[in-house]
Design a protein around this ligand. Structure first.
Ligand SMILES: [Zn+2]
Ligand SMILES: [Zn+2]
Length: 213
């Protein structure tokens, strides 16, 4: 098994979790032994989020998607943004807020759960009023947390440890863009994402009756 950041290996990760006896859980309650909390921080691309979400649904996995209301990359109030949330809900995933400190303004689109975007240590693990913070001590410890930040696993890809049931429980943070777009490095992956984005923008321009001749 090669530990690529691609959808095929993401599917294998979910299979490894199943083999290790884990069950999919959300941030609605404190983690119990055997829980796997799939967390996705959606920094850049709703399209990538939806591709991962569909795959998870095929695999019988449930995840929590943290979406931004202040992103420069996507607009949740657009038709595409609204339909992305609707589709995530349809697939039985949870939707939390990927918030930019200090604002954690939860409206009816979100479950009461917050993940800060690029948090500073000063507030990262602090309680948030009216919502769960995914980095609060009850949801986070170094032994029960793995993240793919910037296309790098700091402690190695967790598939073998999952398959062997070595985590008491696990919060697994992945960024859909890294998995949905091809590339051997984060830079290549981002360029692939921008190529896809360009094609999408051209369609949007045509739909907006912009003359592209
Ligand atoms: Zn792996
Ligand atoms: Zn983020």
């Amino acid at each position: 098994m090669t530990c690529r950041f691609d959808l095929a290996h993401y599917r294998e990760l979910l299979g490894a979790a199943r083999a290790g006896g884990y069950r999919f859980a959300t941030f609605e309650r404190e983690p119990r032994a055997g829980d796997l909390l799939l967390r996705h921080d959606v920094d850049l691309s709703l399209e990538a989020a939806l591709r991962v979400a569909e795959l998870e649904a095929q695999e019988g996995a449930q995840a929590t998607y943290f979406l931004m209301t202040e992103s420069v990359f996507y607009n949740l109030a657009s038709a595409a943004g609204r339909s992305a949330i609707a589709r995530l809900r349809e697939l039985d995933h949870r939707v939390g807020l990927h918030a930019v400190h200090p604002r954690a303004i939860l409206d009816e689109r979100f479950d009461p759960v917050v993940a800060w975007h690029n948090p500073d240590p000063g507030y990262m693990t602090a309680a948030v009023e009216g919502a769960a913070n995914v980095m609060e001590p009850r949801f986070f410890s170094p032994e029960t947390y793995r993240s793919d930040s910037n296309g790098r696993w700091r402690h190695g890809c967790p598939h073998a440890d999952l398959a062997a049931g070595r985590f008491a429980w696990l919060q697994l943070l992945t960024h859909p863009e890294i998995w949905a777009y091809p590339g051997e490095t984060m830079g290549e992956t981002m360029l692939a994402m921008l190529d896809a984005e360009r094609a999408r923008r051209l369609e949007q321009l045509a739909a907006d009756r912009i003359d592209l001749s």
